[in-house]
Ligand binder design. Structure first.
Ligand code: MRU
Length: 357
């Protein structure tokens, strides 16, 4: 029997073969191709080209990636080892700028080196592996907890709209925005989900619709410019989306088009929930104005996915990968420690206090 997409691991470590193993998400849904990445360049490219994508999955891939690169550093002298570790870390960190999980995971790995500097390098390498495995295991627990809190915000039969893919393929299991949907599915909630196709890279069509459909969820794919229509029709009770970075005031960077969805939802009094592991909340960034937005190449808009180019040769193209949803458009930020609400400058601090307790 053919394997269901939900039975695959998004990101795996193959330590025996010194490889990071991922599903190449650029090929989905047509082809399920599992690829092994060994060099720093292969890992960097896979993140940049969105073969592995979604903030939490990028973090886990980077953690396994830096472990594998560290494993190959020849020196037994800590200072020489650490200098090369930092070089590789900065290189991986440069692959995508907006998702804070990338630097968050790499910094966790860095701390392992720094706090064990008196130990033999071979032992530090083993500790790096353990940390990367913990980052992956935590991601699964965190997504499930977000799912439980998210599920408390909706009721059986509700219509849910989501944008991009904050699903299992963007994490190690459950997803963030999809976690309440999957938990609801297990408990007979019979949600009706609307998935925005998400131009220009079609994560909603290729990944979210695929995941949910493969899981037996009632999912309807819509073009991005149809969300106002389904909301006006009264078919949507809540919007659940993921995020790449949440600033201390609640402003949120997520896939381009999220702010349009949130603005329209406000018009129709539909609550907007951002599903955010605390690893995606960046208290060092004051507001959305301070978040660096990744700009992507023109061909993603003009020709990628099309049989032929769909725009005049030479036309100007603006292709930001993310936008900022202002905090006043957000009804709640659903974390693994509970739901933060306005004023976010206070409630997000409370969430972090719970994390430390
Ligand atoms: O460019 P992508 O596909 O990596 O963008 C992904 C998103 O915008 C997701 O919503 C976000 O990373 C959250 S994933 C749980």
């Amino acid at each position: 029997m053919e394997k269901n997409i939900m039975d695959y691991e998004t990101v795996e470590l193959d330590d025996e073969n010194d490889a990071l193993v991922i599903i190449d998400q650029t090929k989905l849904p047509g082809t399920t191709q599992i690829i092994s990445l060994k060099t720093g360049e292969e890992i960097w490219d896979a993140i940049y080209l969105l073969k592995v994508r979604g903030a939490p999955a990028i973090g886990v891939a980077a953690a396994f990636g830096i472990y594998l690169l560290a494993k190959h550093i020849k020196s037994d002298d800590f200072d020489t080892f650490y200098q090369e570790f930092c070089r590789q870390k900065e290189y991986l960190n440069s692959s995508r700028p907006t998702a804070v999980n990338l630097s968050w995971a790499l910094n966790r790995m860095d701390k392992v080196c720094q706090s064990n500097r008196e130990k033999p390098v071979a032992e530090i390498k083993e500790l790096l592996k353990q940390e990367a495995v913990s980052i992956k295991e935590e991601d699964i627990r965190v997504c499930r907890a977000i799912g439980e809190y998210g599920l408390s915000l909706v009721k059986p039969g509700d219509g849910i709209l989501t944008h991009c893919n904050a699903g299992q393929l963007a994490t190690c299991k459950y997803g963030t925005a999809t976690a309440p949907i999957y938990l609801g599915q297990e408990r007979g909630y019979n949600f009706r989900v609307f998935a925005d196709e998400t131009r220009p890279l079609l994560q909603g069509a290729r990944l979210t619709a695929y995941e949910l459909f493969s899981s037996g969820v009632d999912v309807t794919l819509i073009c991005d410019n149809m969300s106002a229509t389904v909301m006006r029709n009264g078919w949507v009770n809540a919007v659940f989306v993921g995020c790449d970075r949440v600033a201390a005031n609640g402003d949120t960077a997520n896939k381009i088009g999220t702010s349009v969805v949130a603005t329209v939802a406000k018009r129709y009094n539909i609550p907007v929930y951002i599903c955010a592991p605390t690893s995606t909340i960046d208290m060092a960034t004051a507001s959305g104005a301070d978040i660096k937005i990744e700009q992507r190449p023109e061909h993603e808009v003009t020709e990628m996915w099309y049989k032929e180019r769909m725009a005049p040769e030479g036309v100007k193209v603006f292709n930001p990968a993310f936008d900022i949803t202002d905090h006043d458009l957000i009804t709640g930020i659903v974390t693994e420690y509970g739901i933060a609400r306005e004023p976010y400058t206070e409630s997000l601090k409370e969430i972090f206090k719970r994390r430390c307790d």
